[in-house]
Design a protein around this ligand. Structure first.
Ligand SMILES: *Cc1c(COP(=O)(O)O)cnc(C)c1O
Length: 428
């Protein structure tokens, strides 16, 4: 039995499914998850000493590459000053100021410890601010695992949502309305009948939890108009896209100003740190100023803030995103060319350091499009790449991530592996 298989067996005895977050279990692709020992730059090394080129980057945070010396040194320095105080610090003001400066829509911000916590808090704030209960989300978008968000569409448009997880009360799920991504007539119809009940519309501006799907600019503009017209808040979940698709997130890409923004992943540099922020008049409704309660023992944790700030300094250097986008673009064009050489139907899309690929002739526009993609071919490609030392997300519903450490040699090695993997697919 391999070392990874031994670890997986041990893990499954004491941890449900052997993992602390479901996608790590390789359920969609099958096989044994790799237990990671360490990582450096663009590479992860597993418990057997096998080295992989990493296109997960901890699902987004590691945009400067693994174990970046400036980030690890900042963490070490912070750690010697104690791991937590439960009292305010000067460093957390630096971080809040940096976020307000970089994110166009953020005038005030509160730090929390996970994207889930940030999303859940933004919804409570939107409900408290508007005095309304209903929220709108879109099929295939993920905003963390809070009760109000684990909801799927009801039997038809404009009907109550149903829980998508056991343990979510139907009474709570009914306040969440789930619509199709990129569908303008649906959101117009909903606002026409129930606009006065809607506290907020929450959306991933570029969806990264159903592979990679761009929201149409016209759809986003319509969401902005409808929210303004009906007194609902527009909440952009930029946990994945923030500081990832551009320094100013998707707000910078689209030039649209949401009322609230949810952030995470990159801002923590790999430590548990997330945030929500936005309009000053809305944020001032938070406790202790206002009536919307929100708190956290480890919120603004000094070690997490040190890691996040060190990474925020790196990504603000001139040319950081130009180089990251160029590397990602080169990878995407190379993958399409390799697929083309072997007659495999294959499409890609990317923005900044975030990408998606599909075994299909057309880019998907919504969740049903992704669900129709060829999962068997995806599985074979995933394993063909893993066998050749390239670690892609083990699910076709996930986006991929490139870091600043993915230099030309790393991209070239990936494309060499891809050429062989596509050749193997074409033969089968
Ligand atoms: C990852 C993610 C979350 C949840 O963040 P956690 O830190 O895993 O709780 C929320 N929204 C989006 C868009 C994400 O990608």
């Amino acid at each position: 039995m391999t070392r990874n298989a031994q670890l997986f067996e041990r893990a499954q005895r004491v941890i449900p499914g052997g993992v602390n977050s479901p996608v790590r279990a390789f359920r969609q692709v099958g096989g044994t998850p790799r237990f990671i020992d360490r990582a450096e730059g663009a590479y992860m090394i597993d418990a057997e000493g096998t080295r992989f080129i990493d296109y997960i980057g901890s699902w987004g945070p590691m945009i400067a590459g693994h174990a970046h010396p400036e980030v690890t040194e900042a963490v070490q320095r912070a750690a010697t000053r104690s791991l937590s105080f439960g009292a305010p610090t000067a460093d957390e003001i630096d971080m809040a100021e940096a976020i307000c400066q970089l994110m166009p829509a953020v005038e005030m911000v509160r730090l929390v410890s996970s994207g889930t916590e940030a999303g859940m808090s933004a919804i409570r704030l939107a409900r408290g601010y508007t005095g309304r209960d209903a929220i709108v989300k879109f099929e295939g978008c993920y905003h963390g695992h809070a009760d109000s968000l684990l909801v799927k569409a009801g039997s038809g448009l404009l009907t109550f949502g149903n829980p998508s997880s056991a343990g979510v009360p139907a009474d709570l799920a009914r306040h969440t309305l789930v619509l199709e991504f990129n569908n303008i007539p649906q959101i117009e119809a909903l606002f026409a009948t129930r606009g006065h009940e809607i506290a907020c519309v929450m959306v991933e501006p570029i969806a990264g939890n159903m592979n990679f799907i761009r929201g149409d600019a016209a759809w986003h503009r319509r969401l902005r108009e409808l929210c303004t017209e009906h007194g609902a808040l527009l909440v952009w979940d930029e946990v994945m896209t923030g500081f990832r698709v551009a320094l100013g997130g998707a707000q910078q890409v689209y030039g649209i100003r949401p009322d609230l923004v949810v952030m995470g992943k990159v801002i923590g540099g790999g430590m548990p740190l997330a945030a929500f922020g936005g309009r000053r008049d809305v944020m001032e409704r938070l406790s202790p100023l206002g009536a919307v309660y929100q708190a956290g023992t480890l919120s603004g944790n000094p070690v997490a803030v040190a890691a996040g700030m060190a990474q925020l300094r790196i990504i603000q250097r001139p040319g950081f995103y130009a180089q990251l986008s160029a590397a990602t673009g080169q990878l995407m064009r190379g993958l399409e060319a390799a697929a083309g050489r072997h007659g495999v139907r294959f499409k890609t899309d990317s923005e900044g350091g975030m990408f998606g690929f599909y075994f299909s002739d057309a880019l998907p526009r919504n969740y049903p499009d992704v669900a129709r993609a060829d999962v068997e071919t995806f599985k074979r490609f995933f394993h063909a790449m893993l066998d050749r030392g390239v670690y892609l997300a083990p699910s076709m519903y996930e986006a991929g991530f490139v870091s600043a450490a993915h230099g030309p040699d790393v991209i070239a090695a990936t494309l060499e592996a891809a050429d062989a993997a596509f050749a193997q697919l074409a033969k089968a």
